[in-house]
Design a protein around this ligand. Sequence first.
Ligand code: AMP
Ligand code: ZN
Length: 113
Amino acid sequence: MSDSCVFCRIAAGTIPASIVAENDHALAFRDLHPQAPVHVLVIPRRHVASLAAADRPDELGALLALAAAVAKTAGLEESGYRVVTNIGEDGGQTVHHLHLHVLGGRPMAWPPG
Ligand code: AMP
Ligand code: ZN
């Protein structure tokens, strides 16, 4: 837990978030600035700076499983959706606590900008 990390504070319950799902390792909540009709973030409960710092396959599996469960609950399975994680400066990462973006409800462009 890092007091200066906004996602650690959400995981600890000290700042509010619209939580949609959780499991032992991970928490899913709505993005504050949604970029699609469905835009949910999936984070590990403990502080991990990015995918580049991830060192626990069980935790990564739990993140992916929760992302898929969130998409299913949101009714995105048939239409499809996107799961993305940004890493570092060129990846466009702004919050330095690992998170998966689950985006859906509209067609996604490729390649991303
Ligand atoms: P990234 O640019 O990949 O690091 O994504 C960070 C995401 O976190 C952005 O989409 C922000 O809108 C989102 N975000 C930042 N602060 C909060 C917050 N307090 N609650 C929910 N989402 C947030
Ligand atoms: Zn953190």
